[in-house]
Ligand binder design. Structure first.
Ligand SMILES: [Zn+2]
Length: 277
């Protein structure tokens, strides 16, 4: 049994503030250890539950945050940028039996600690076929096309509630309770590690590839915080303006859908100016 862990940072233990997750800050250096603790706890739990292999895919910012030297020696870690499936890279090779979303968070424009979708602030909402979409929901559709079930989700309490929508059968662990976008009631890393390890052990029992799910066509709509970003986004073929600050596109598969999403967010982020956005 092989488990893939997609590891994002905003939903990690103790993390509530932008500097906690921005590479290069002193607080990020401290929070890397908390993030690593969550991910390692999940890996240990999956091994407890019978996994033979655990591959960790770094999914936050520059994708170079976890402390490899503090991880269990049985894991392997994919670190660094430029991967065709981004946050769920590694799921496409036909050998993954289950995936865990560790350290995930809620979507742009919704309640939740450090809520956003891909870009920290410029995207104010994402909808998939008319439903509000978090990164978890988008990635759940990608992995479903490879027949891989989401077996575990960790993050704040609202992230767990969001995951009930896209992975109702998965085990969930809330490592903190949302108070505001930048505040949470946090539990200690020793406690959350125990909770995550126990849940991952149970979640291993949910692993097992199923037939690929073709849920398309997928219409993805994005809303930005400034009008010029709409103009920037619509240079991507297939996108069209659907409002003053909105664009949409339709893809037959989520594989294509997530790649177009990446193209749009890359171009939009290059059009964001300091202060004015
Ligand atoms: Zn994220």
């Amino acid at each position: 049994m092989k488990i893939l862990i997609s590891a994002d940072m905003e939903g990690a233990t103790g993390v509530t503030w932008p500097a906690d997750v921005l590479p290069g800050t002193p607080q990020w250096e401290r929070c890397r250890a908390l993030f690593t603790s969550d991910v390692n706890a999940a890996a240990l739990g999956f091994f407890d539950g019978g996994a033979d292999e655990v591959l960790i895919n770094e999914a936050h910012w520059s994708m170079r945050n976890l402390l490899l030297e503090r991880l269990d020696e049985r894991v392997e870690m994919l670190t660094g940028r430029h991967k065709s499936l981004s946050m769920v890279e590694g799921v496409q090779h036909g050998d993954v039996d289950g995936i865990a979303f560790v350290g995930y968070h809620t979507g742009a424009g919704t309640e939740g600690v450090l809520a956003h979708t891909y870009l920290a602030n410029s995207i104010t909402g994402v909808w998939l076929n008319g439903t509000r979409a978090s990164e978890g929901l988008l990635n759940a559709h990608v992995v479903a096309e490879y027949g891989v079930p989401v077996v575990l989700v960790t993050g704040d309490d609202l992230t767990c509630a969001d995951a009930e929508g896209y992975a109702p059968g998965a085990h969930k662990v809330a490592v903190k309770d949302h108070v505001s976008r930048y505040a949470a009631v946090c539990r200690t890393p020793s406690r959350t590690a125990a909770d995550i390890r126990a849940a991952a052990k149970e979640a291993a029992g949910l692993a097992g590839r199923h037939d690929p799910v073709r849920g398309g066509p997928f219409t993805v709509e994005l809303e930005f915080d400034a009008e010029h970003l709409t103009m920037a986004a619509t240079v991507v073929p297939g996108t069209e303006r659907t409002g003053e600050r909105r664009v949409a596109y339709t893809s037959e598969t989520m594989y294509d859908g997530i790649r177009t999403f990446k193209a749009v967010t890359t171009i939009v982020s290059s059009a964001v100016e300091e202060q004015y956005g």
